[in-house]
Design a protein around this ligand. Sequence first.
Ligand code: BES
Ligand code: MN
Ligand code: ZN
Length: 501
Amino acid sequence: MKIRFAGQELPRSGAAVAGIWEDCVPSAVVRRLDEATDGAITRALAGAARFNGKKGELLPIVAPARLPLSRIVLTGLGKPEQANSRVFEELGGAVAAHLNSAGESEVTIIVDRVEGVPAAIADAAAAVAFGAQLRSYRFDRYKTKEKPEKKPSLAQLTIMSDAPSAAQRAYNLLEKAVEAIAFTRDLVSEPGNVIYPETLAAEARTLEQFGVEVEVLDEPAMRELGMGALLGVAQGSARAPQLVVMQWRGAGDRQSAPLAFIGKGVTFDTGGISIKPAAGMGEMKWDMAGSAVVIGLMRLLAARQAKVNAVGVVGLVENMPSGTAQRPGDIVTSMSGQTIEVLNTDAEGRLVLADAMWYCQDRFKPQFMIDLATLTGAIIVALGHHHAGLYANDEQLAARLIEAGRAVGEELWRMPLAEAYDRDIDSDAADVKNIGGGRAAGSIVAAQFLQRFVNNVPWAHLDIAGMAWSSKDAPTVPKGATAFGVRLLDRFVATYYEKDR
Ligand code: BES
Ligand code: MN
Ligand code: ZN
């Protein structure tokens, strides 16, 4: 979809969209549009009893009088005093979805200044375009027989405002986020026969074009480093494991301690010998979402030339049952030196992260470390699909992450860490075991396991199992892969670590 920013004038072709604030008189531009159509808007507002400008409401007026427009769509914006960039993103998203299914190819969205709305008009216009692009994402690479009328129809989106060139400048930055998020969603959506450790590492290598330094450690290199926990998971698969290290140096001082992001990249999780039930197992193609988010984030930081040093480390493996697979009861030695009794081969993400995290802090001495993982089904039981679980050993880090998530609509909920939970993973035979004694507090127990591999550094863990994939459409996130975490962490970096730019 092509995006264009223009000044305020009467739209003269395709569909036109105008926002209506809750219980407010229409803005000046909307009143002009109303006059130009012999009062079509006034009549529609009077006739539609249930439309009063609440956020998310849509009121289509098909073939309005006099103007050569296919339709005018009035959209509710909610209360002016509650307006923020999310409102405008969601407007763009909702309109894109509506017009794509209506078969419109060209749309003009009018963004008008309103008394009492603090948001800068250029930012609002850019946010509308951003939301429309995010919602228009589709993974349709493998649909070879789709009928044209089922395909999204929008080709051209024009945003009209009083500040088109400032809006274009604001959008240029957001467009890099659109691209990084689409890239991440593609990686998460691809099936396990296409994306496996070597091909995912190759995708990470494409970040070199943005100035990211990419290194790929193969199995012998990981063996040399003593990564017995990660390699134990990989040993049942015919696909070789990979550890990818991505470095972006954008800070004034290129040697200053980096921010570190670590991702779980299980390209397919069968459960291994502790095999999962057949129903729904196909979902486990997205058990690499944590790694895809880290790769997408690194791409975005580099593409927008973020003024920080950042490192991304992703552990890529496939968890398969086979004659060479790890057995329940096996004891492996991690890079940290701690031995792990693997009592359930389906609790594999924590094993991969144990070595990836240890390697990252050992080599880079980061300011802090944040890991993302589709780690447990238990976090879905606890929080459903509305918050990711947040665990942290540092109050400031936790507060900053929660705040960044709230600002972009990727919400986190803090979960506890405590000694009492940690007792649950003491092993009779080794230093630690990879599962607790029962089903209680499964997500917390997994976080406690990770914490055993945190060596005196501020650390946060995001359990994104409930957020990486969505079964229904949301205003700026179509169903499927969400890329949850890319926007959150980009905002987190921009707000708290780029102050000196
Ligand atoms: N990848 C799964 C967690 C998961 C489940 C993600 C459902 C998304 C949707 C993880 O590797 C796993 O299998 N965890 C087990 C841990 C258990 C064996 C302690 C789980 O949650 O059941
Ligand atoms: Mn598993
Ligand atoms: Zn898993």
